[in-house]
Design a protein around this ligand. Structure first.
Ligand code: COA
Length: 167
């Protein structure tokens, strides 16, 4: 039976740090599904559709990576798709507390589920979506921090609901 792993996140936007985890995860498992969470409560800068599109352009580089939208509970979605492993990246000890809590709650909701925490490669430990958003909003060059197909979409445009950034 094929081992499929889910890689969920808000991906606002997806960065080279996420790509590092995706690449390594896709090598370990037969298939990897990027679940792009709607995460309305986080008020993402990029729309749900934009974040899905960015993940899709990145997934095209792999033959065993796909993208699915995630609305509602992760565990419900995973049960529906018969996926029993979740992959999450770990940059620092401060990530660990949140990841540990989420893994334990998800396990309560879906006892068959296992969470695999993968250490970030050292060159991406500093990277976060919020820093990329801030640099882009202030007109800086984020091309070093995001995959090329995502970088192309992070172009400045004067009018974008006053947020100064668009895809
Ligand atoms: N490299 C680079 N950045 C990384 C990273 C890595 N390896 N691992 C995490 N990050 C960063 C992201 O850049 C982002 O940074 P920011 O906070 O500065 O924006 C942050 O860590 C987390 O973002 P992301 O990776 O997109 O995941 P998330 O924490 O937003 O994902 C969900 C959370 C979507 C998995 C979770 O909320 C969920 O499951 N939601 C569905 C609803 C649900 O089931 N809720 C109950 C959960 S117990």
């Amino acid at each position: 039976m094929k081992k499929i792993v889910a890689y969920p996140g808000t991906f606002d936007p997806i960065t080279n740090g996420h790509l590092d985890i995706i690449r390594r995860g896709a090598n370990l498992f037969d298939g990897l599904v990027i679940f792009v969470a709607k995460s309305n409560e986080k008020h993402p800068l990029f729309t749900f559709e934009e974040r899905i599109e960015m993940a899709q352009c990145l997934a095209k580089e792999f033959n065993n990576v796909s993208v699915m939208p995630l609305e509602g509970l992760l565990t419900t979605c995973l049960k529906e798709n018969n996926i029993k492993v979740v992959l999450r990246g770990l940059r620092t000890m401060s990530d660990f507390e949140y990841e540990f809590q989420m893994a334990l709650i998800n396990k309560k909701l879906y006892p068959d589920l296992e969470t695999v925490l993968m250490m970030s490669s050292s060159e991406f430990v500093f990277l976060s979506s919020s820093l990329v958003r801030e640099i882009a909003l202030l007109g800086g060059d984020v091309s070093k921090f995001v995959p090329p197909c995502v970088g192309k979409r992070l172009k400045r445009r004067p009018a974008n609901n006053g947020r100064g950034l668009c895809i």
